[in-house]
Design a protein. Structure first.
Length: 110
């Protein structure tokens, strides 16, 4: 099993260097970084092969997740904007990242 803890997940540079890829066997896939930032053209949650295995099309780029717990709202997403500005900083809340089979799984903690 591939797994990373806070030492990697909460370090933006280290988390962006580690990428995951999940394929469907038909030419479609999802991919991204542990940090949740998009650093490549074809990072996304749903890249479909319209005429398998060709004509890949990015259909869902990403989601900007938030969680509310006991009245407090936490941004779980991370975005790198122009001039390398990063906001929100959801990567700082990642407790653990693992590939469970071929499924990427994030665990968050304050």
């Amino acid at each position: 099993m591939i797994e990373f803890g806070r030492a990697i997940c909460c370090d933006l540079a280290a988390a962006e260097r580690r990428e995951w890829l999940a394929t469907n066997g038909l030419g479609g896939f999802a991919s991204g970084t542990i940090a949740g930032t998009l650093t490549r053209r074809y990072h996304g949650l749903l890249i479909a092969a319209l005429h398998p295995p060709l004509e890949r099309t990015l259909l869902v780029t990403k989601l900007d997740e938030t969680a509310t717990y006991r009245g407090a709202t936490y941004a779980l997403a991370s975005n790198r904007w122009k001039d390398d500005y990063v906001d929100p900083h959801g990567f700082e809340l990642i407790e653990r990242f693992a590939l469970e089979g071929t499924t990427p799984v994030w665990h968050f903690a304050q």
